[in-house]
Design a protein around this ligand. Structure first.
Ligand SMILES: Nc1ncnc2c1ncn2[C@@H]1O[C@H](COP(=O)(O)OP(=O)(O)O)[C@@H](O)[C@H]1O
Ligand SMILES: [Mg+2]
Length: 306
């Protein structure tokens, strides 16, 4: 059964995630291991592009579970997140049955049955007829409105949803739940309290290099080292939006597409749009600042070698 495939230790968690090209910090691997072992939802907060969504995908692959994703947005409600009645189909069948009274009575008793129910992510995730409990990703919860959190709280505490017309649907085995937030606002304490919490930080230099080696294997070691060191300097600047790991990967792919072997100030300036998405940030870095940062990178690397 499904629970036998859980990792057996923190080391095992690290190894199995890494085998799927996800390079976790020791702290994240510990939290993941515990969340699986204790059957608690995992709440991940952090800057965009630091691997929060990706860990849910990787966990699903690692454990051989389907991934069910609920992308949160402003105005997300029960109908979008859990279920709604198929009103169009109900109307259509009523029309088709207009002739006979017996059929109509039959239909009336069936109008609010499974046949007319459209299950959205949350309902799908607790569907007791599924062969294995899935990984449920509730992505970017900070984008949803606060009332939605209250509803979510119920689902997360009992893994059940009550549909007034139909009854209570309860998971046979709880799904593995990953919630993420980019922290554009604080998520309510009550939600966090039900979860194991981890702040996903930008990776340190060696880990970002390891990520890059796995995600863009075509990049040479020298170029990869320069790229990672440059981006780490960039993240120390006072920018509106710092580049995440996703940007490191994209930039490396872009530089490879341009057949770059090493960085140079002009190349950096001309490709900054892959890394930075605000004109003010780009203007701050392009030109002499890029050259200065690159010099710092080179000095530090020479220092490390000698
Ligand atoms: N620890 C990691 N190991 C491997 N790849 C990573 C890691 N963190 C981020 N990535 C890469 O960065 C990309 C963006 O990550 P994502 O999960 O979408 O960020 P977030 O959800 O935090 O905004 C992923 O597609 C993945 O390729
Ligand atoms: Mg994400």
């Amino acid at each position: 059964m499904a629970s036998t495939d859980l990792p057996t230790s923190i080391d095992d968690t690290v190894a199995r995630l890494t085998a799927l090209d996800y390079v976790p910090s020791r702290e994240l691997a510990t939290t993941v291991y515990l969340a699986l072992k204790l059957q608690r939802p995992l709440f991940l907060e952090g800057e965009p592009g630091t691997g929060k969504t990706e860990i849910a995908r990787t966990l699903a692959a690692m454990l051989g579970r389907p991934l069910i994703r609920l992308q949160c947005y402003e105005g997300l409600d029960l109908a979008g997140a859990a279920y709604e009645w198929n009103y169009a189909r109900q109307m259509l069948e009523i029309r088709l049955q207009e002739g006979s009274t017996a059929d109509r009575q039959q239909l009336a008793s069936e109008l609010f049955s499974q046949r007319f129910l459209i299950g959205r992510a949350l309902l799908q995730a607790i569907d007791p007829t599924q062969p294995v409990p899935p990984v449920l990703l509730i992505d970017e919860l900070d984008r949803a409105d606060e009332p939605f959190e209250a509803f979510l709280l119920e689902v997360l505490s009992d893994f059940q949803i009550t549909i007034p017309e139909l009854g209570t649907i309860k998971a046979a085995e709880p799904p593995i739940v990953v919630l993420t937030s980019n922290r554009t606002r604080e998520v309510h304490d009550a939600v966090k309290r039900r979860c194991l919490y981890h702040w996903v930080d930008f990776p340190d230099l060696p880990r970002e290099l390891a990520i890059l080696e796995r995600r863009v294997p075509g990049a040479g070691r020298a170029l990869a080292q320069e790229i990672v060191a440059f981006i780490h300097r960039l993240r120390q600047l006072d920018l509106y939006k710092l580049p995440g790991v996703a940007e490191t990967i994209e930039w490396t792919r872009a530089l490879l597409a341009l057949d770059a072997m090493v960085l140079d100030p002009e190349l950096i300036s001309h490709t900054l749009g892959v890394l930075l998405k605000y004109q003010d940030d780009i203007a701050k870095v392009a030109g002499s600042e890029a050259a200065r940062l690159l010099n710092e990178v080179r000095d530090a690397m020479r220092g490390a070698v000698s």
